[in-house]
Ligand binder design. Structure first.
Ligand SMILES: Cc1cc2nc3c(=O)[nH]c(=O)nc-3n(C[C@H](O)[C@H](O)[C@H](O)COP(=O)(O)OP(=O)(O)OC[C@H]3O[C@@H](n4cnc5c(N)ncnc54)[C@H](O)[C@@H]3O)c2cc1C
Length: 428
C-alpha cells in the first residue's frame, strides 16, 4: 500500500447506465459529530487525505453561532479532552466563544445523608473540567477543517452501501458517489448505519430512563460547582454555565422515567422551574427555565467488536453510555486520539494502516476502558435506584466515608478527569 494516495476522481459506469464519481482517500470518516471531526483533524494534521461524510447539510461554524442563547446540549469535557482540543489548537477559539470551568463537584443522596465533594485543588488540577455547549466544540472543529487541503467534506450525504475490496472498502453514497479507502471509520453516532451495514452486533441495555435537558437561571450563582442529586435512582444535574459574565445559569440533565420525562417536557416554564427547584432541594434558590425542555431515551450500547479489516467504529457508534458521569464524548474523543495514533504510525512507516492487525491495537487500547465505564454507570444506577435499606445504608456510609478519604478521592478524580491508562501523545 503506498503512502499518501492521491485523491483521484474517476467516472465509472455502474450497471451500464449509471454514471458515478469514484474518489480515493487514505481514510473515509462517516459522521461529522464531535468525534468524527476530531479524528479527521488528527489524521489530516499528519498529512493523510480524508473524506468526511455528514448527513446534515451545513456544518455549524463559530461565526454563525448565536451565543446570546445557550444551546441545550452540553458536555462536561475532562482536562484530558481539553488537552486534545488544545493540541489541535481549537481550544482557544472554544474558550473565546464560551466554556465554563468547574472547580468543585458536589454529589449527594436525596434520600439519605450521603454526600461527596471534590475540588480541583484536592485533585491538583486547575479545573475539574469545563461545561461546553456541543455546538461550540463542533463549530471550532469545523472551522479548523474548513478549506483544509487534505479534507474533502461531503455534507448532506448518506451511506447506502458498504462493500469490501482486496485493498479496502467502498462506500456508496446516495446521489451516486462512491468513495474508496483502505480505512473507513464509523463515527455516525449511537444508531450507526455503518455498524449495521458491517453487521457488527451490539449489546443493548435500555436504562428505562429519558434524559430531560434544558437551561435555567437560578436565584443564586453556581459558584463554579457541578452538582448532582440522586433521588429514586434518578440523577438530576445542575451544570454551571456562565453567560456574558452572568454566573447564575445552569444546564440541566435530569434522567427520569420515560413517563415523567414526557410530563416534564409538556410543563410550562413555571411548572418545570418549580419541579426542578423542588427536586434540587432549592440549593440554588428559585429556578427560572430559559429554554424548551428536550428529552433523549437512554440506552447503553456496546459494539461486540470495534474493528474489521479496513473498518473501525469510534464514539457513540462503538458505545453509548448513561450521561450521569458526563463521560460519553470524552470516551469518544479518546477513541479518536488512540485510533489516529495507531493509524498514523502505520501510515508513516508505509504499513497497511487499514489492516485488521493495526486496527486491533486500537481496539485493545480502548475497549476495556469503555467497557469499565459502561459497567460503572450501570452499577451506579442500580445502587442509587436500590430501595433495600442495606443498600441505602451502604450508599450513604460509602459516600460520606469516601468524602473523608482524600487519597481515595484523588484516585477517583484521576479516573473521572480522564487520566486513565496509556494516553495517546496528543492528550499528554
Ligand atoms: C442528555 C445527554 C447528556 C450528555 N452529557 C454528556 C456530558 O456531560 N459529557 C460527555 O462526555 N458526554 C455527554 N453525553 C454524550 C455525548 O453527547 C455523546 O457521547 C457524543 O455526542 C457522541 O459524539 P459522536 O460524534 O460519537 O456522535 P454524534 O454526536 O451522534 O454524531 C454523529 C454524527 O453522524 C451523523 N450521521 C448519522 N448518521 C449518518 C449517516 N448515515 N451518514 C452520515 N452521517 C451520519 C450525524 O448527523 C452526526 O453529526 C450526553 C448525552 C446525552 C444524551
Amino acid at each position: 500500500m503506498s503512502k499518501g494516495n492521491t485523491d483521484t476522481v474517476n467516472q465509472d459506469t455502474v450497471n451500464g447506465n449509471n454514471s458515478r464519481d469514484t474518489s480515493e482517500f487514505d481514510a473515509v470518516i462517516v459522521g461529522g459529530g464531535m468525534v468524527g471531526t476530531t479524528l479527521c483533524a488528527l489524521l489530516v494534521e499528519a498529512g493523510m487525505r480524508v473524506a468526511l461524510v455528514e448527513a446534515q447539510e451545513a456544518p455549524v461554524r463559530l461565526e454563525t453561532l448565536d451565543l446570546n442563547q445557550p444551546a441545550p446540549r452540553v458536555s462536561a469535557l475532562t482536562p484530558v479532552s481539553q488537552r486534545l482540543l488544545t493540541h489541535l489548537n481549537v481550544w482557544p477559539a472554544m474558550a473565546a466563544a464560551r466554556v465554563t470551568p468547574y472547580h468543585f463537584m458536589h454529589v449527594w443522596d436525596g434520600e439519605g445523608s450521603g454526600e461527596i465533594r471534590f475540588s480541583a485543588d484536592e485533585a491538583g488540577v486547575p479545573a475539574l473540567g469545563h461545561i461546553v455547549e456541543n455546538q461550540v466544540t463542533l463549530a471550532a472543529l469545523n472551522d479548523l477543517l474548513a478549506g483544509h487541503p487534505k479534507v474533502t467534506r461531503i455534507d448532506g450525504a448518506r451511506v447506502e452501501a458498504l462493500q469490501t475490496s482486496a485493498k479496502g472498502r467502498w462506500l456508496v453514497l446516495d446521489k451516486g458517489r462512491e468513495l474508496h479507502a483502505p480505512l473507513v471509520v464509523a463515527a455516525d453516532g449511537a444508531r450507526s448505519v455503518l455498524r449495521d451495514l458491517a453487521e457488527i452486533d451490539v449489546s443493548e441495555d435500555d436504562m428505562d430512563q429519558h434524559a430531560v435537558v434544558t437551561t435555567v437561571r437560578c436565584e443564586k450563582p453556581h459558584g463554579g460547582t457541578a452538582r448532582q442529586v440522586f433521588r429514586d435512582g434518578e440523577p438530576l444535574a445542575f451544570l454551571p454555565l456562565t453567560i456574558a459574565g452572568d454566573d447564575h445559569y445552569c444546564s440541566i440533565v435530569w434522567s427520569t422515567s420515560p413517563k415523567r420525562a414526557k410530563v416534564l417536557c409538556e410543563f410550562d416554564a413555571d411548572a418545570l422551574g418549580e419541579a426542578l427547584g423542588r427536586a434540587f432541594e432549592h440549593r440554588l434558590g428559585k429556578v427560572e427555565v430559559c429554554d424548551s425542555a428536550y428529552r433523549f431515551p437512554l440506552v447503553q450500547r456496546h459494539a461486540r467488536r470495534y474493528v474489521q479489516p479496513h473498518l473501525a467504529l469510534v464514539g457513540d457508534a462503538a458505545h453509548s453510555i448513561h450521561p450521569l458521569a458526563g463521560q460519553g464524548v470524552n470516551l469518544g474523543l479518546m477513541d479518536a486520539a488512540v485510533l489516529a495514533e495507531e493509524v498514523v504510525q502505520a501510515w508513516r512507516r508505509g504499513a497497511p494502516w487499514g489492516s485488521e492487525a493495526i486496527l486491533r491495537r486500537y481496539e485493545r487500547r480502548r475497549r476495556g476502558d469503555n467497557a469499565a465505564m459502561l459497567g460503572l454507570m450501570k452499577g451506579f444506577k442500580l445502587l442509587f435506584g436500590a430501595e433495600h435499606p442495606a443498600l441505602t445504608l451502604a450508599r450513604n456510609v460509602g459516600m460520606s466515608g469516601m468524602d473523608r478519604l482524600v487519597p481515595l478521592k484523588r484516585v477517583v478524580m484521576r479516573q473521572a478527569t480522564g487520566e486513565r491508562g496509556r494516553l495517546p501523545a496528543s492528550c499528554r
